[in-house]
Design a protein around this ligand. Structure first.
Ligand SMILES: C[S@@+](CC[C@H](N)C(=O)[O-])C[C@H]1O[C@@H](n2cnc3c(N)ncnc32)[C@H](O)[C@@H]1O
Length: 302
């Protein structure tokens, strides 16, 4: 893949760095790419850069997140203008930039869940990690050392993504099951559900929906319809494995992608590589197992 893949903002769990590896498991051309757990849609953006699909279906249950991507594609100038206004305000806000963050967060929690407010909160909060409390309010803290991505950087990326997705993207903010229902033969579904450890917590309205058994059973719907799919789902680091494997009855092939050195292990003085699991549907894995690209596969353990 040539050149950098544009991205709007840091988003926890983003697959931007793994995108070149993940795209190797996709066909060169297909009708639609469906992303039911899109987040900041790193894989959609990377696939659009290579013109792999005719159309891109971007979905995430967190509606304000989808609003950001929708604004990028439908009205990039307005998004950049509004973000710039909010971002600049933090430097003149009475009480300082942290108070300004809390002010925007309050507005968001009082109902102003606009694309620009969500974008600013993501830009300024710790690790770009969306967190909601039991009461459904956004409760992530500001990163005290940073002021958030500057508007020029945002603008460059927003316009780059706009060019890639203009006229080709469809958006929704529904539970992933609904996206499965509209998937059809010829589509490719890329799924990146929240990590299993995160999903099991019941304290977060946006993450409450991905139960392991339910997810595994729902994938069977795609098998029955003959829809190709790829799933990023947990992985391993050192001798530690994260999450359960998807059931063998689904007949997917599991690959491990090299996600680089674990920062956590490095802090503890160890040099452990993190591997992220990638499950590829039966039909799709069949087309790749004998292809020259297999050279780049780290492991085929299906
Ligand atoms: C790991 S993140 C995806 C990150 C994405 N691949 C990227 O590169 O930015 C998982 C996403 O799934 C969404 N999500 C959680 N439960 C969902 C559900 N039941 N249906 C649809 N989306 C859901 C979350 O809001 C979150 O944005």
């Amino acid at each position: 893949m040539n050149g950098k893949i544009p991205h709007i903002i840091q988003y926890q769990g983003s697959k931007r760095l793994l995108a070149p590896q993940i795209l190797q498991y996709m066909p060169h051309k297909f009708n639609r790419l469906l992303e039911p757990f899109a987040g900041m849609a790193a894989i959609t953006i990377a696939a659009a850069k290579e013109k792999r699909a005719e159309q891109y279906y971007i979905n995430d249950i967190n509606e304000p997140i989808v609003r950001i991507l929708q604004a990028v594609v439908n009205n990039p100038a307005e998004l950049v203008k509004k973000y710039t206004k909010i971002w600049e305000k933090q430097f003149e806000y009475p009480g300082g930039h942290l108070e300004h963050f809390y002010h925007v967060r309050n507005c968001f929690n009082e109902g102003e869940q606009t694309a620009e407010n969500m974008l600013y909160l993501l830009a300024r909060c710790v690790k770009g990690a969306v967190r909601y409390g039991k009461n459904g309010k956004f409760n992530q803290s500001p990163d005290k050392r940073r002021h958030g991505t500057n508007p020029q950087n945002i603008a460059e990326n927003v316009y780059a993504i706009y060019v890639l997705l203009k006229g080709k993207a469809i958006f929704s903010a529904v539970d992933y099951h609904h996206v499965f229902e509209m998937a059809r033969h010829g589509d490719l579904v890329y799924m990146d559900p929240p990590y299993q450890g995160v999903s099991n917590r019941k304290d977060n309205r946006y993450f409450a929906g991905v139960n392991f058994d339910d997810f595994s059973n729902s994938i069977e719907i795609l098998n029955q319809k003959g829809v190709d799919y790829i799933i990023s789902y947990d992985g391993e680091c050192g001798d530690k494995e994260y999450g359960n494997d998807l059931p063998q009855s689904l007949k997917c092939t599991k690959f491990l992608l090299n996600a680089g050195l674990s920062t956590q292990a490095t802090l503890l003085g160890k040099r452990n590589t993190t591997f992220e699991a990638l499950y590829v549907s039966e039909n799709l894995a069949g087309t790749f197992c004998y292809a020259p690209r297999q050279m780049s596969l780290i492991e085929c353990a299906g």
